[in-house]
Design a protein around this ligand. Structure first.
Ligand code: OVM
Length: 402
């Protein structure tokens, strides 16, 4: 007889402000731990951080479920704060049914249709930013781009859309631990949720947007009317903050790596690759969760049924076993085929082509119009639970002269 060795464990807290201020050094420690999956004492959850282990968990949806909830909260044991997402927080086969609807609503044809208006909007915002001189690029440029083009493409009316940012903070903050900051934020939960749900209704949406395309599947009998409403809610939940934060972090990368910016500026056609590399190097979605459906032997480590697993995709993006010189931001790198920043497997980001389109259009316009990006003050990271992203990026652009 022998008893299983105690699991490798760690006191690291991935949700603490210290960790969030610089996750890349603790990521290294987690990857280099003596086991492919590590027990985090503070939350009584597992964590994977090596590229290979992250892929193994994400590819194994039969044992690592999404129905336990997209965050730290365990829906098998506690009540969710909102109705679970019909795409993120369900397993196959239910997941395929809703996934197919969103895939069709976000088809390549539709992306091609919206590209021209995305380009016009990027051009206008970047021209305005250049004219302003010094500006805070996060509120004054970066937030405005997804917040304009994405809800427009969904078919929402134009109005003050700031409740979408408050809702996104609740959704992504809600994937982390309950902190005083989160409890304070959630005081607005009823009002903000009501605002969002009103805008997910069929009659609130234009007849020709992505939202209407989802409701067409209700008319066709593929989904219920109420399911269409919740799928639109998924778009409004996951579609704005993610790209804002990823574009903001990519802009900082380019500002801090002038030699990389010079390559992009001289080759605006490399915008998509630059954004792809930034999605590996430093982007908004650093982690996600799975929950075990049964007792699991994971590469020799014993996990119990209904335990949460933190999947550190941001750490996998820096794994030297996968990426040569992973801490170098290099826009020439070929990333797409091994990209982990949008997740992987059956649940990989359903709107990832929309995200790439936004990034490509934004940075191509920047490369065509801007000569130099000058940081004129400290970039500020948000340190509360939620997506990784900047709250402030003081910058000055100088216009290209040809
Ligand atoms: C959803 C949803 C919300 C947040 C993130 C996400 C990363 C999905 O409501 O479906 O995917």
């Amino acid at each position: 007889m022998h008893s299983a060795a105690a699991p490798v464990n760690s006191d690291l807290d991935p949700f603490s402000p210290e960790f969030r201020a610089d996750p890349f050094e603790p990521y290294t420690r987690l990857r280099e731990a003596a086991a492919p999956i590590v027990w985090l004492n503070k939350y009584s959850i597992w964590a994977v951080s090596r590229y290979q282990a992250v892929r193994a968990v994400l590819d194994d949806w039969r044992r690592f479920s999404n129905a336990g909830g997209g965050g730290l909260a365990n829906y098998f044991l506690e009540k969710p704060w909102r109705r679970p997402s019909l795409i993120l927080e369900v397993d196959p086969p239910e997941h395929q049914r809703t996934r197919r609807v969103l895939m069709q609503a976000l088809s390549a044809h539709r992306l091609q249709q919206v590209r021209v208006t995305f380009e016009a909007q990027a051009d206008a915002l970047i021209d305005e930013a250049i004219e302003r001189g010094a500006l805070d690029a996060i509120p004054d440029l970066v937030q405005r781009f997804p917040l304009t083009v994405f809800p427009d493409a969904v078919g929402m009316r134009r109005e003050d859309r700031s409740p979408m940012l408050a809702y996104g903070a609740m959704v992504f903050g809600g994937f982390g631990p309950v902190t005083p900051w989160y409890q304070d934020l959630m005081k607005q939960a009823d009002a903000v949720s009501a605002w969002i749900m009103e805008r997910c209704q069929r009659q609130a949406l234009s007849a020709d947007g992505i939202g209407a395309a989802i409701y067409a599947h209700a008319d066709a009998g593929d989904i219920e009317e109420g399911e269409a409403t919740l799928l639109v809610r998924s778009l409004l939940s996951a579609g704005v903050d993610t790209t804002i934060d990823s574009i903001g972090l990519c802009l900082r990368c380019l500002a801090e790596h002038p030699e990389q910016w010079a390559v992009l500026r001289d080759n605006p056609g490399m915008a998509r690759r630059a954004f792809e590399e930034a999605t590996r190097f430093d982007s908004s979605s650093q982690s996600l969760f799975r929950t075990t459906l049964e007792d699991v032997d994971f590469q020799g480590v014993q996990l119990k049924k209904h335990q949460k697993v933190l999947v550190l995709i941001g750490a996998a993006g820096r794994d030297p076993a996968k990426w040569p010189q992973p801490d170098r931001f290099d826009i020439q790198r070929r990333v797409t085929a091994s990209q982990i920043g949008y997740g992987a497997g059956v649940h990989s980001c359903v709107a990832q082509m929309m995200a790439r389109l936004e990034g490509e259009v934004f940075f191509a316009a920047l490369a065509r119009k801007v000569q130099d990006i000058e940081l004129v003050g400290p970039a500020v990271l948000r340190l509360q639970p939620g997506l990784r992203g900047l709250s402030s990026l003081p910058i000055r652009f100088t216009r290209k002269t040809i």
